[in-house]
Design a protein around this ligand. Structure first.
Ligand SMILES: Cc1cc2nc3c(=O)[nH]c(=O)nc-3n(C[C@H](O)[C@H](O)[C@H](O)COP(=O)(O)OP(=O)(O)OC[C@H]3O[C@@H](n4cnc5c(N)ncnc54)[C@H](O)[C@@H]3O)c2cc1C
Length: 402
């Protein structure tokens, strides 16, 4: 490994790659390296998500999520077209199944309009034309929501970056960071890499990497597993596109939904269950050290106090297939427990503040020689190319590189 660079990017998920792309566009002469701890890129959040290109309905107008999702969606569609990556424009419906959800559905509709997203409020008869098996009192139709395989996007980004001379090193987990003689030294199992600046895109480990780099970090990443079921092939015709519930306004997750994939499957999920390891893809996967770290964090107990009811229900629904299917039956009453089989899981890197609140917006912190991405949950994949550009802008401002 050649080991002197202007900027080292830690983490080879979609944000690390999109950041390398953004930096390459803004600072073409910069020597860049992406360091990824796994043998393959996009192994964690990026490779285990729902594959939705979100339109930007949900997010508070003016937030980074709203701005970067809408901008990122356009960039993602252009990127996919340029690289011949399959995108299916299946559209989505958000269905209100109880009276109490109608004001929240209206609020989402208004947010969609405020964010400049095409949205339409529809009645049950119109819904039946779009999704004949879905049930609702009223629904929002989002025609511009699409699906893609983000692993294919990452493979294309990697080819592009490699062709531009960006070094991409796998099996290169950063285990410690020290500053020496004006350089930052990143210790990996393969070599010590030197860089004058770093960008931390380490996802589930981003808070720990930031601390390793000496940053004062006021949040902790708490891992939330999202488990999926798969609809059996012979029943997949009960979903044409994407069917979502009205989300709980207190919770930054969207609620279990039904999602087609570009590979022709239909997934149900993901739920949001506290994981006992940062990469805890199964219920039984426990990291005693990481769990102890979570339990020692004041914000975890504050969060547990606020969300114990929702958290206990999520845990119960994780263990009970019937409870999971019941949640889906609110969207599609014809779905039966025998129509679904257990699928995979992803783990979300959710930043939690010391007061127990789940950080809602993207959080990206710039310091003199480092930028840390401390919260980039959904729609992080949709927004990735816009986040990469945003980080490149921050790098020009704070690092003074041109
Ligand atoms: C279940 C689920 C469903 C989702 N659905 C959607 C969706 O449909 N649409 C959407 O837009 N978004 C979705 N998201 C969110 C989206 O996947 C994330 O916002 C996005 O993948 C974040 O990318 P990342 O690069 O920050 O994280 P990651 O993909 O997790 O990448 C971080 C990388 O850093 C590496 N790393 C960690 N520590 C180190 C270290 N010390 N040294 C070197 N490397 C390190 C990891 O191995 C990993 O590869 C979903 C997320 C989940 C979990």
């Amino acid at each position: 490994m050649d080991n002197s660079y202007d900027i080292a990017i830690i983490g080879g998920g979609i944000l690390g790659l999109a950041t390398a792309r953004g930096l390459g566009e803004r600072i073409p002469r910069a020597r860049l390296v992406v360091l990824e701890k796994e043998a393959k890129l996009a192994t964690h959040q990026t490779g285990n998500n729902s594959g939705v290109i979100h339109s930007g309905i949900y997010y508070k107008p003016g937030s980074y999520k709203a701005k970067l999702c809408v901008e990122g969606k356009g960039l993602m569609l252009d990127f996919c077209q340029k690289h011949g990556i399959r995108v299916d424009h299946v559209g989505k419906v958000i269905v209100a199944t109880e009276q109490a959800e109608l004001p929240r559905l209206q609020m989402l509709y208004e947010r969609g309009i405020a964010n400049g997203v095409p949205v339409e409020m529809i009645e049950p008869a119109q819904l039946r034309e779009i999704e004949p098996h879905a049930s609702a009192l009223r629904a929002i139709r989002s025609p511009s929501t699409a699906i893609v395989d983000y692993k294919e996007v990452c493979a294309a980004m990697t080819r592009e970056l490699t062709a531009r001379g960006v070094a991409i090193e796998t099996g290169a987990g950063v285990t410690s960071i020290r500053r020496r003689a004006g350089a930052i030294e990143l210790v990996t199992p393969r070599a010590v890499v030197r860089a004058t600046r770093i960008v931390n895109c380490a996802g589930l480990y981003s808070d720990l990497v930031a601390r390793m780099a000496g940053a004062k970090v006021d949040v902790r990443i708490i891992p939330f597993r999202g488990e999926y079921y798969m609809i059996r092939p012979e029943r997949q015709d009960i979903v044409r596109g994407l069917i979502y519930p009205v989300p709980d306004p207190e919770f930054p997750f969207l609620g279990v939904h039904l999602t087609r994939t570009v590979h022709g499957e239909v997934e149900a999920g993901p739920n949001a269950v506290l994981a006992f390891a940062r990469e805890g893809y199964r219920f039984g996967r426990v990291s005693p050290a990481e769990l102890a770290g979570t339990l020692a964090y004041r914000g975890f107990w504050q969060m547990a106090r606020k969300y114990w009811r929702t958290g206990s229900y999520e845990m119960y629904r994780s263990l009970s297939k019937n409870a999971f299917v019941q949640a889906l039956q609110r969207l599609v009453p014809a779905l039966r427990p025998e129509d679904v089989t257990r699928g995979g899981a992803g783990v979300r890197a959710q930043a939690v503040s010391p007061d127990g609140s789940l950080v809602d917006d993207f959080r990206i912190v710039a310091e003199a020689d480092a930028i840390h991405v401390l919260n980039a949950p959904s729609p992080g994949a949709t927004a990735s190319l816009a986040i990469g550009r945003h980080i490149a802008g921050l790098a020009v401002e704070t690092f003074g590189l041109k």
